[in-house]
Design a protein around this ligand. Sequence first.
Ligand code: ADP
Length: 199
Amino acid sequence: HGGHLEVIVGPMFSGKSEELIRRVTRAVIARQRVVVFKPAIDDRYHATHVASHSGRIVEALAVRSTEDVRAYLRGERPLLSEAAASPDVVGFDEAQFFDADLVPLALELASSGARVVLAGLDLDFRGEPFGLMPDLLARAESVEKLTAVCVVCGAPATRTQRLIGGQPARYDDPVVLVGAHESYEARCRVHHEVRRDQA
Ligand code: ADP
């Protein structure tokens, strides 16, 4: 049967990694060849695993770029798992952190018959579409939008609240922070706050 793109989106804590792990685990049980990639930028818990906030993990290859992924798939580097160079299922976690070449790669994989499962943030902390995700969402055969629980009111949360020192982040803050003392919460549209004042 032919390949296709499945995209899993939602805010932080909505269970995107859990859902990716669930789908990938079922493919492994069915003895399909599975390989999962994640950006090296996300080093929470373990560099070679996809970890969900609830603690479940599957083996994944940490890569610095889409070209890294291509090198693995060309067989130029050893794969951690026994998945061959022609995988049945290719997973990507934190897809929003990949460069734009992920879109054509995902389409090539689907055209060659692979099931491509991509999990990522649809919106950044400001509530703006995140990088290449709109492109992936438009091209996917299947899209699942997950919600978390708003920490303020308990409604379904569709947004990721960034806090810096307990205060809502500013609109002009960089989308990707390195080494800042920030924290994140799941919030609904009503309780999602972005400061518009200048730094
Ligand atoms: P994502 O990949 O979307 O960030 P994960 O799969 O890593 O999500 O984690 C989802 C888990 O986060 C939930 O199963 C739950 O245990 C935990 N969690 C923490 N805060 C919240 C919240 N506000 N709403 C829902 N789940 C939460």
